[in-house]
Structure formats: structure tokens, C-alpha cells
Design a protein around this ligand. Structure first.
Ligand code: ASP
Length: 300
């Protein structure tokens, strides 16, 4: 069995004219990651490739089009984890690396560290072949309008972080996430995305990528909590993911999780109105969805 599941962020999206373009972008990312898995490639590569496609797509809050800080700047976070070896790499607050997920990969492969931040992370990524761009490259009109709305209303605006989990032909799992964080965040704020065990985690049993109000996912140790519910409590994957979201809800947070296990079981619950997501397995199961299925509530 090979399997790939990606998300384009949990949020309070309502049906809009962007929906078709979002679904197309998710399909392109899925196709790119799937091509890696289908040709016998590693789950880690499939996750990186799928996320890279979404980082380039300005409709999502990652790479180009990312959410802006209160100061109108970008500070991008990304993480990647290889389940087979439990090696991980993450970057925090990068501003001039085109593909933050590639920077996370560089840390995973080459650094004596797991998480690197700011200028040091950027220098390290550049030294390992990552592509440089001017910070202005990431700033889109759409993200600027979202910041203006946030500053006017102090209301939380659309989330659109991206992430992926994959299972390769060798039975290895991987997880990754990439984000601009939340619109209007204070410069220096770090969410759950680049925190291994909070927003992103993979081991031999499960791969997990979370999206939503990062502060809450950090406080419950969301991704690792899910893995431990499976490993130590013998919880089925879907049940474990829902329990984690219930913990997040109990603190007042909302969001979603994509999780995959080594049998190819996929769980994608969320407690927001929407979570962009797409999935495919070698048994023919596949789909692309933005909202809760009409027939069943996915709210925790
Ligand atoms: N979890 C991300 C963060 O808090 C945001 C998101 O998933 O949309 O930075």
C-alpha cells in the first residue's frame, strides 16, 4: 500500500469562487507527491514535493501568499519528519527562502540540530542549495487585504497552512507542514507547525500534520499525543485524532489533523467549518474536499 494525504489548512472558509482553484492546486500537489510514491520513492520526498507545490500557490498560507505579521512582513515556519528514522528538521521565521520545506529538509539532512531559526536558518539553507528570493516575493495583495481586515476587526481571518503525510512502498511514513503562521501575529511568534510533536510528527506507526490555532496545538502536544494514543493506548487512528481535537477544544482552540498509519488508514477530522484536504491510496480510494461531508459531522 502507498498513500498520500495533504491539507490546505483548517479554517472558517465559506463556499467561494476560489474553491475550484483551491481544489485544482490540491490535486496538483497530490499528483506531484503521488508520482514520487508511485515510482518507488520515499515518503519523505513525497511529502516535501507535495508541500513545495502548495508553497508556490498564493492561495495558501505558506511560501508565496503567506499570512503577514502585524508589521506587514513574512516569517515562514516549516517542518519535516521521517518516521522510519525519526529524524526531523524544522525552520522558524525564514524570510528569504523560496521553499521553506526545502530549508527544513536541509536541516533534517545536514544540520547537527533539529530546529533552526531566523538568519542562521536562512544561511544554513542557502549553503545547502535552497533557492533565495527577496522577502517581497512572498507578499501578495490578498495577504495584505487579510492583514488590513485583521487590523480593522481584530478578528481571526482565514487559515490556509499546508501539510502532508505519506506512506511509501517500503512501509515508511513521513509528515510535513509549512505556514506563514496567523495573520496579524506579533513578529517573532512561533506556532505549532515547526514544533516537532506539536504540529508535526512521524514515527514507525503514524504520521501526523496538524493545522489550526497553533497555540492550542502546542499546549496539548497534539501530534505526539496522537501518536502516543495509538502506541500506548491502542487507540484506532480516527479515534486518537478526535481525542486530540477534543483536548484542543477543551482549551478553546479549533483546527484539524491529517494522520496516516502504516496500514494506509487515513484520518482527517476537523473542528472548524472547513479543512481543505485531498488523499489517494493505491487501493483506489481518493478524494478532494474543502468542507465537512454533508452526511456525517466531522466536528469533535
Ligand atoms: N497552525 C498554524 C499556526 O498556528 C496555522 C494554521 O494551521 O493555519 O501557525
Amino acid at each position: 500500500m502507498i498513500a498520500l494525504c495533504i491539507h490546505g489548512g483548517a479554517g472558517d472558509r465559506t463556499p467561494s469562487s476560489d474553491d475550484a482553484a483551491i481544489c485544482r492546486a490540491l490535486e496538483s500537489a497530490l499528483d506531484a507527491g503521488w508520482a514520487v510514491l508511485e515510482s518507488g520513492g520515499m515518503a519523505l520526498d513525497a511529502v516535501q514535493v507535495a508541500i513545495g507545490v502548495l508553497e508556490d500557490e498564493p492561495l495558501f498560507n505558506a511560501g508565496r501568499g503567506a499570512a503577514l505579521t502585524r508589521a506587514g512582513t513574512v516569517e515562514l515556519d516549516a517542518a519535516l519528519m521521517d518516521g522510519a528514522t525519526q529524524r526531523a528538521g524544522a525552520v522558524i521565521g525564514v524570510r528569504s527562502i523560496r521553499y521553506p520545506i526545502a530549508a527544513a529538509r536541509a536541516v533534517l539532512e545536514h544540520a547537527p540540530h533539529v530546529v533552526m531559526a531566523g538568519e542562521g536558518a536562512e544561511r544554513f539553507a542557502l549553503a545547502h542549495g535552497c533557492e533565495a528570493v527577496e522577502p517581497a516575493f512572498f507578499v501578495t495583495e490578498r495577504a495584505q487585504r487579510a492583514l488590513e481586515r485583521f487590523l480593522a476587526e481584530q478578528a481571526r481571518v482565514e487559515l490556509g497552512t499546508v501539510g502532508a503525510v505519506a506512506l511509501d512502498i517500503r512501509g515508511n511514513l513521513a509528515a510535513g507542514n509549512s505556514t506563514g503562521g496567523v495573520t496579524g501575529k506579533l513578529p517573532g511568534r512561533v506556532g505549532d507547525t515547526p514544533i516537532i510533536g506539536a504540529g508535526t510528527y512521524a514515527d514507525r506507526r503514524v504520521a501526523v500534520a496538524c493545522t489550526g490555532y497553533g497555540e492550542y496545538f502546542i499546549r496539548v502536544g497534539a501530534a505526539l499525543r496522537l501518536a502516543l494514543l495509538v502506541e500506548l493506548a491502542g487507540c484506532p487512528l480516527e479515534e486518537a485524532a478526535r481525542q486530540v481535537l477534543a483536548k484542543v477544544s477543551a482549551l478553546g482552540g479549533r483546527g484539524g489533523i491529517i494522520a496516516l498509519d502504516r496500514d494506509g488508514t487515513i484520518a482527517m477530522p476537523f473542528t472548524t467549518a472547513s479543512m481543505a484536504r485531498a488523499w489517494r491510496r493505491s487501493d483506489g480510494t481518493n478524494g478532494v474536499e474543502l468542507y465537512a461531508p454533508a452526511s456525517a459531522s466531522t466536528r469533535a
